[in-house]
Design a protein around this ligand. Structure first.
Ligand SMILES: [Zn+2]
Length: 69
């Protein structure tokens, strides 16, 4: 059920307010990327302790996500 809810999750772009669509998801690490359907801005989410998705940051490049610390 939770996985299904994740898939249908809707968010709004922090920049232009347009709907987001799922770009990439990693259930193992509890994170995902949503992309704005209008301006293409990426939104990086992480699942918190309570199982809710929390927006960490937004950026233009999806590769930001994979950069090692
Ligand atoms: Zn946007």
């Amino acid at each position: 059920m939770s996985a299904e809810a994740d898939r249908t999750y809707r968010g709004k772009c922090v920049d232009c307010g347009s709907p987001l669509e799922l770009y990439e998801v990693d259930f193992e690490k509890g994170r995902r990327i949503m992309q704005c359907t209008r301006c293409g801005l990426y939104h990086f989410y992480k699942k918190n302790f309570f199982g809710k998705w929390k927006l960490l940051r937004a950026g233009r490049v999806s590769d930001l996500w994979r950069k090692p610390k």
